[in-house]
Design a protein around this ligand. Structure first.
Ligand SMILES: *[C@@H]1O[C@H](CO)[C@@H](O)[C@H](O)[C@H]1NC(C)=O
Ligand SMILES: *[C@@H]1O[C@H](CO)[C@@H](O)[C@H](O)[C@H]1NC(C)=O
Length: 369
């Protein structure tokens, strides 16, 4: 065999290195991470979800999407071949930072359980397949659970400082008085009061004025919009801006107008850490944009920190935790028993014939409810 001169060999090697210049990030299926509430049978949500983090063979997290269309694939099916159920499993949602959001919706309850396969190409990712031992309940299955156990399953935070603060001025709540005063004070002008009573696990409702339409919460569109701009300005509308959470979830740096209004998660967001504050009268808006342009690294860091915090705070299961705790506090402070009032109608549980299911939990007796 003829030998190549050493110098030429070196050159060849260099050429090869250059050809491989833009390094294809290689994802390791076994080292990648999978986690989230959607891997637990007991976390009942309309849309179950979990996360994927792409990790390379050195064990480093990828911080951007692997090139091309993602080879991550998820298969969700019933454990028992005898139980046929419909499950909607969209493609993993690429969050453009090496992580993916995986969602699935069950249309029925499975008694035996679910098998979730997470694949990268043909390889199983992390501990895939995940077995969720049944019963795995459909959202509409009426199967009340012990509240303590439920909160534990959802890993609800033990403290919600905003709730404590909001209720501090209302040590006791007089329902009779509220019934007299609230419609008078807020009913006419604003025209969007719904009066609820929750009694024995049933919801009753009386509508004063019109419903407001909250369909503006079409997450996907807003989420996608928030990815397209480097800076986003959050300015109040009539009250707190609905788009703020969506802005925080996006990749942009959020410039937030000071505001007397707030939503439950604002307390956890700090100025200069998670967003850049701007004055109520916007007089410093240009100055702050200029700051962001001149301090690009820091601005990017704030954008990222804000996004991570929002992702944590705004997980669907955390919202259930929050609502539960608000209602709990409200109930504790009532000075009289709630009643089903004149003009109220029962809000029925959705009647979805396919969701008929056997509740395996012992039904609490009437008195316990
Ligand atoms: C990798 O990502 C996961 C989830 O995104 C995170 O919990 C973990 O701390 C990261 N590891 C490193 C070494 O950054
Ligand atoms: C805007 O508000 C600040 C106080 O936050 C005040 O000092 C300033 O004069 C105001 N500017 C204008 C243009 O109103």
């Amino acid at each position: 065999m003829r030998r190549l001169p050493r110098a030429l060999l070196l050159q060849l090697r260099l050429a090869l290195l250059v050809a491989a210049g833009a390094p294809e990030v290689l994802v390791s299926a076994p080292r990648s991470l999978v986690w989230g509430p959607g891997l637990q049978a007991a976390v009942v949500l309309p849309v179950r979800y979990f996360y994927l983090q792409a990790v390379n063979s050195e064990g480093q997290n990828l911080t951007r999407s692997p090139a091309g269309e993602t080879p991550f694939k998820v298969v969700v099916k019933s454990l028992s071949p005898k139980e046929l159920v419909r499950i909607h499993v969209p493609k993993p949602l690429d969050r453009n930072d090496g992580t993916f959001l995986m969602r699935y919706r069950m249309y029925e309850t499975v008694d035996e359980g679910l098998k979730i396969e997470v694949l990268y190409g043909d390889e199983h990712v992390a501990q895939s397949p995940y077995i969720l031992k049944g019963p795995v309940y459909h959202e509409y299955c009426e199967c009340p659970e012990d509240p303590q156990a439920w909160q534990k399953t959802l890993s609800c935070p033990t403290k919600e400082p905003q709730i404590a603060k909001d209720f501090a001025s209302f040590p006791s709540i007089n329902l009779q008085q509220m019934l007299k005063e609230v419609p008078k004070r807020f009913g006419d002008e604003r025209g969007a009061i719904v009066h609820y009573t929750i009694l024995n696990n049933h919801v009753y409702r009386r509508s004063l004025g019109k419903y407001t339409d909250f369909k503006m919460f079409s997450d996907e569109i807003l989420l996608s919009l928030t990815r397209k701009y480097k800076y986003q300005v959050n300015v109040d509308g009539t009250v707190a801006a609905y788009r703020y959470p969506y802005l925080m979830l996006g990749d942009s740096l959020v410039l937030k107008q000071d505001s007397p209004y707030y939503e439950h998660f604002y307390m956890a967001l700090e100025p200069w850490k998670h967003y850049v504050p701007i004055k109520r009268n916007l007089s410093d808006l240009l100055e702050k944009v200029k700051w962001a342009k001149e301090n690009d690294e820091e601005a990017k860091k704030i954008a990222k920190e804000g996004q991570l915090m929002a992702r944590d705070l705004l997980q669907p299961h955390r919202l259930y935790c929050y609502y539960y705790q608000v209602l709990q506090k409200y109930a504790e402070r009532q000075s009289s028993k709630p009643e089903v009032r004149d003009g109220m109608e029962l809000v029925p549980q959705p009647e979805d014939s396919t969701a008929i299911c056997q509740c395996h939990r012992k039904k609490p007796s009437r008195e316990e409810l």
